[in-house]
Write a protein that binds this ligand. Structure first.
Ligand code: SF4
Length: 389
């Protein structure tokens, strides 16, 4: 089979694997369904536009093999599903990526795989591909490698020396929920443990041992809405991952049924739930909130109708508005409409000038509409049009 045909086969389901696509960022204060919930731009070969450090980089998202011996209930590649499979040898994949880079088509690779003959053996092949790319082809582009369930610590360490980013998908927030999605995966031993190894290595060894003298970042993904899990369960695990294991990102992927899988008759999850989970997770990753401050309902879910920062502010700040001339940066960040950039601008401006009204804030590039009910400016509440309905 031609290489392009193989890439086309693997590309058909690669949008389900989160990487670094443009548009997956979701601002905590956004009201609309974010671009991140829209299908990312992709080519038939699996080339996606990735956002990195303010730049857009075309990356190839592909698999070493789309065959798999496991049978995760949500997965298009599960064993026994009637689906056309294809496999690359490490040398062939490395050559393909190198050729595509030289042709100017890509400057990065996201490489995953189905599991054949166990996670360790499959991980060896992923590492071999990365080694050929880095050593033989002198590939200096971005490399995001998957860690397979069942990989050993030494393999994780080697992958850290080759890749810019590693991902291990937990899929579910805990052991019990994982059993409903992927009964053959072991939550602690196979999925969480490799993430812990990465963090232990990052803390105990010099970053110079990593690729480009930096240790890779780590990310994970949860399937949302297929295992009866609550938002509280998902966010508890996400908080642990951010605070204890320093993950760069936890992705939330609203479940969507795939034909010829055990979950094919389960309804698709509302994408708005995915959006609210992103918003909440960013609040405690970037905005100093604690999980206990999230506005969970009695069942442990976030309200869909309102973003969690706004819901928190309506409960806490309407009676106790924040004076923008005196509030700390952390206090400012808790106000709807104020993100890190706006907080920085306010703190800088007030070193020299008192902020007297909303116009002063707008003059330094701070949008004021969402913050109005929750702030004092120079001791006064801004005139705010209350919502009547
Ligand atoms: S191990 Fe990975 S590729 Fe295989 S069925 Fe499970 S999720 Fe799919």
């Amino acid at each position: 089979m031609e290489t392009a045909d193989k890439l086309k086969i693997t590309a058909t389901q690669m949008h389900l694997e989160p990487a670094e696509e443009v548009g997956t960022q979701v601002a905590p204060c956004g009201q609309l369904i974010p671009k991140g919930d829209l299908p990312p731009k992709k080519s038939s070969l699996g080339i996606f536009q990735a956002s990195m450090g303010g730049k857009t980089v075309p990356i190839l998202k592909t698999l070493l093999t789309s065959a798999c011996e496991r049978d995760c209930y949500y997965c298009p590649f599960r064993a026994g599903r009637n689906y056309r499979r294809t496999t690359f040898k490490p040398e062939e994949m490395a050559q393909t990526v190198s050729d595509m880079q030289r042709a100017g088509l890509i400057n990065g690779l996201f490489l995953s795989s189905g599991i054949i003959k166990g996670g360790m053996r499959t991980q060896d092949k992923l590492i071999e591909t990365a080694e050929i790319l880095r050593k033989k082809h002198q590939f200096k582009g971005y490399l995001h490698l998957k860690i397979m369930p069942g990989a050993e610590e030494a393999q994780v360490e080697r992958a850290m020396q080759l890749a810019d980013r590693l991902s291990i998908n937990l899929e579910a927030p805990n052991e019990k929920r994982l059993a409903a999605l992927a009964p053959k995966k072991e939550f602690f031993e196979e999925l969480l443990q490799p993430l812990k190894w990465v963090e232990q290595i990052r803390r105990s060894q010099a970053a110079q041992k990593g690729w480009n003298s930096r240790w890779p970042s780590t990310v994970t993904q949860f399937v949302v809405g297929a295992a009866g899990e609550t938002d509280l369960e998902l966010l508890q695990t996400a908080e642990y991952l951010y605070k204890e294991l320093r993950l760069g990102r936890t992705y939330f992927s609203a479940f969507s049924p795939i034909s010829d899988t055990p979950l094919e008759n389960l309804p698709a999850e509302n994408p708005l739930r995915q959006h609210r989970l992103y918003q909440a997770s960013f609040l405690f990753r970037d905005y100093g909130f604690d999980l206990e401050e999230m506005p969970f309902d009695q069942r442990g879910n976030l309200p869909l109708a309102e973003d969690p920062k706004m819901a928190w502010a309506q409960a806490e700040l309407l009676e106790n508005p924040v004076e923008v001339n005196r509030a700390s940066r952390d206090e400012l960040l808790r106000v709807p409409g104020i993100g890190p950039k706006s907080a920085q601008r306010i703190v800088q401006e007030r070193r020299h000038n008192k902020l007297r009204d909303l116009q002063d804030l707008r003059a330094i590039g701070v949008p004021t509409k969402r913050m109005e009910p929750f702030v004092l400016v120079d001791g006064k509440r801004p005139l705010h049009q209350l919502r009547l309905f």
